[in-house]
Design a protein around this ligand. Structure first.
Ligand code: GFB
Length: 312
């Protein structure tokens, strides 16, 4: 099975490649191979690949992404680029008669003011948090675009909705990054400078985190086993943790002398979702996923980061 992975060298793409079955031939592409915002360039690159190795599935991980502060800074690019990338990938898949596309969304797209835990059917029942509107509406529309291709052309284009992902090959640039790579970047500097780790915000905000490899396992399973395409599959463990406690685990691993919080903007207080195993049970699947404990996932992410980055 030839599987094209957009965003193939990023956080999720590299995790998918690190744990695929032997009967799968992964074909990763990234922004160096094709500018997915440009339809003709994308069609040219993907159809050339398709001629040589006929693609049966696309796992669409490519997106303009970033943490809270990048989303607050760039709502226009977050919406425009993701709308163009997603529209191009689905239209090209359809044009090349590729019948299955898995699209990666994010739990920040769910309505902000809602009863917790969030259920999938709530997806379009209210506005997302103001801090990430651009990204959230573009990704919500991707769910609608997939539904349209299923309805009109009977395509198996479906969505999975992970909660905050972390792991190897993430973006550690503190200006754009998500919280875990941002804190690891700052913690390594704090260790060097013998200072405290500064958490941006009060540290009270709550998040559910999924290790990239655990997400990859769910995506590979879904390609052959998941049939409820009308129900976007939420990918998240049960546990929810405060940002302060995440910072504490990171400082304990690196031996940093302490954590200090600030009064900065913290975005959505929480986005608690029903965990994957409960969702699958409710849908009648006899499947239980195991989760990498957060301290173990953080340890291997930090070890990887230290191995490739020496902080100037
Ligand atoms: O991961 P994060 O940037 O995004 O921030 P969201 C999570 C929480 O960590 C926020 C706090 O409450 C931040 O205030 N935080 C503390 C930090 N220190 C830091 C730091 O050094 N860097 C960062 N980035 N945060 C995003 C959405 O929301 O979730 C994206 O904006 C996407 O579109 C992503 O969906 C998964 O969880 O707030």
């Amino acid at each position: 099975m030839n599987v094209l992975i957009t965003g193939g060298t990023g956080l999720v793409g590299s995790a998918l490649i690190s744990c695929h079955n032997k009967d799968v031939n992964c074909i990763p592409i990234n922004s160096k191979n094709a500018n997915l915002i440009d339809y003709n360039d994308s069609l040219n690159v993907i159809s050339k690949i398709h001629e040589v190795t006929p693609i049966s599935v696309i796992i669409h991980c490519a997106a303009r992404v970033g943490g809270l502060y990048r989303n607050i800074r760039e709502p226009v690019e977050m919406m425009n680029d993701n709308l163009l990338i997603n529209t191009n990938i689905l239209n090209i898949a359809h044009k090349l008669n590729i019948n299955k596309v898995v699209c990666v969304l994010s739990t920040c797209i769910f309505p902000d003011k809602i009863e917790y835990p969030i259920k999938v059917e709530d997806l379009h029942n209210g506005p997302p948090h103001s801090s990430n509107e651009g990204y959230a509406y573009a990704k919500r529309l991707l769910e609608v675009q997939c539904r349209a291709f299923r309805k009109q052309y009977n395509r198996c284009y479906y969505c999975i909705v992970p909660t905050n992902i972390y792991g190897l090959n993430d973006n550690f640039n503190p200006e754009d990054s998500h919280v875990i790579p941002g804190l690891i970047y700052k913690a390594v500097n704090a260790k060097r400078d013998n200072t405290e780790l500064i958490v941006t915000g009060t540290g009270e905000h709550l998040r559910q985190f999924i290790f990239s490899k655990d997400l990859a396992n769910i995506i590979w399973w879904s390609i052959t086993e998941y049939k409820d395409y009308d129900v976007p599959l939420v990918c998240c463990p049960e546990n929810e943790i405060s940002i302060y406690n995440v910072a504490k685990i990171i400082t304990d691993i690196l031996g940093v002398k302490g954590v200090k919080c600030t009064m900065a903007e913290g975005g959505q207080f929480k986005k608690t979702c029903l965990d994957t195993n409960t969702q699958l049970r409710e849908l009648g699947y006899n499947k239980e996923f195991n989760w990498t404990p957060l301290d173990i996932g953080l340890e291997s992410t930090i070890t990887w980061y230290m191995s490739i980055h020496n902080n100037k």
